[in-house]
Ligand binder design. Structure first.
Ligand code: GTP
Ligand code: MG
Length: 329
């Protein structure tokens, strides 16, 4: 039996070490993950996935901890994945998260894991979905996925969840920033956190106006929920709103919604593998360098690569000029 299959069996038997190993494989793009995934995929789909995003410092981690507390009170088991960009600043925040979430780490009904976001080309979203799949197959009832809402890569990550919570808090122009950054567009529920602070009412009003203008033609209008994660206020109501959104998905077509998100996952897998195959391979890089040295324009070089690639894709399994022992054009 392959290592991937053995790990999958252990995962399905409830072995947390196997879960941790699988998530590391997912994070590193380890090929053993694929065999394991194929083996446990039949058990994926029972968990509710909730994405939590928003600007740095909005209180996402504090809220995730609070959500876990409320969900545990409902006897639900919770898997938590915090996706952090690999920057020195959030490296510190990550440590902070670990400490803050410590109150949940002794609870066997909770699993907490963080993941660094260094991969591009769909790699981050792919790895996050893979990790969620592993937690789902393990048997967690709810999966909470936290990511800093700073760009498209992060939106792609939370976009794979069933429900997306966008967390904002009062502060200079935060609501406006969110609207500019396209954060509202990804929201199923808007959370005004730190409602213990001044300016929360104004933020709530601003958001309410923006939602009115932008979401008129959609089947679901994101509710705006005021909470104070820091003071454990309003979190039960927030959980109810998330339930309401999930009920809406189920009434519409949950399977369809999930399937369309799976399409994105497949796209990400393909993008990432193609990218690796092409550019981590010195053969193609060297070819491009040689061509550029002949003062061929970048577009001409790109056209040449694409033509050769298309030919090789239809010709055989390997696209690498090195693997196929053929010289580059
Ligand atoms: N006053 C107040 N402060 C809060 C509340 N919730 C969180 N905070 C504080 O806000 C700061 C940031 O909280 P985090 O939970 O780390 O925020 P985050 O969004 O996860 O931050 P990053 O992951 O670094 O983007 C911390 O100092 C929290 O204690 C709240 O409801 N009220
Ligand atoms: Mg955080």
């Amino acid at each position: 039996m392959s290592e991937g299959l053995r790990i999958a069996e252990r995962l399905l038997a409830g072995d947390r070490t196997a879960l941790a190993r699988l998530i590391s494989w997912a994070e590193n793009g380890d090929s053993r993950f694929r065999a394991a995934h194929a083996a446990f995929y039949g058990r994926v789909g029972r968990a509710r996935r909730i994405g939590i995003t928003g600007p740095p410092g909005a209180g996402k981690s504090t809220l995730v901890n609070e959500l876990a507390r409320v969900l545990r009170g409902q006897q639900k088991t919770v898997g938590i994945l915090a996706v952090d960009p690999t920057s020195p600043i959030s490296g510190g925040a990550l440590l902070g998260d670990r400490i803050r979430m410590e109150s949940r780490t002794l609870d066997p009904g909770v699993f907490i894991r963080s993941m660094a976001s260094r991969e591009s080309h769909g790699g981050l979203a792919r790895a996050a979905v893979d990790a969620c799949d592993a937690m789902d197959a393990f048997g967690f009832d709810v999966i909470l996925l936290e990511t800093v809402g700073v760009g498209q890569a992060e939106y792609d990550v939370v976009g794979a969840a069933d429900s997306v919570l966008v967390v904002l808090c009062p502060g200079a122009g935060d609501g406006i920033q969110a609207m500019k950054a396209g954060l509202l567009e990804v929201a199923d529920v808007l959370v005004v956190n730190k409602c213990d602070l001044d300016g929360a009412d104004r933020l709530q009003n601003d958001l309410s106006e923006a939602v009115h203008v932008r979401f008129t033609k959609r089947a679901w209008t994101p509710p705006i929920v005021a909470v104070s994660a820091g003071k454990s206020f309003g979190v039960e109501e927030l959980v109810q709103e998330v339930e309401r959104h999930f009920a809406h998905l189920e009434a519409a077509d949950l399977a369809l919604s999930r399937r369309s998100k799976r399409v994105q996952h497949v796209e990400n897998v393909v993008d990432e593998r193609l990218h690796r195959l092409l550019w981590r391979d010195r053969g193609w890089r060297a070819h491009v360098e040689r061509e550029l040295a002949r003062t061929v324009s970048p577009y001409e070089v790109a056209e040449g690569v694409l033509a050769e690639l298309t030919a090789r894709l239809s010709a055989g399994p390997s696209m690498s000029p090195v693997d196929r022992k053929v010289s580059t054009p």
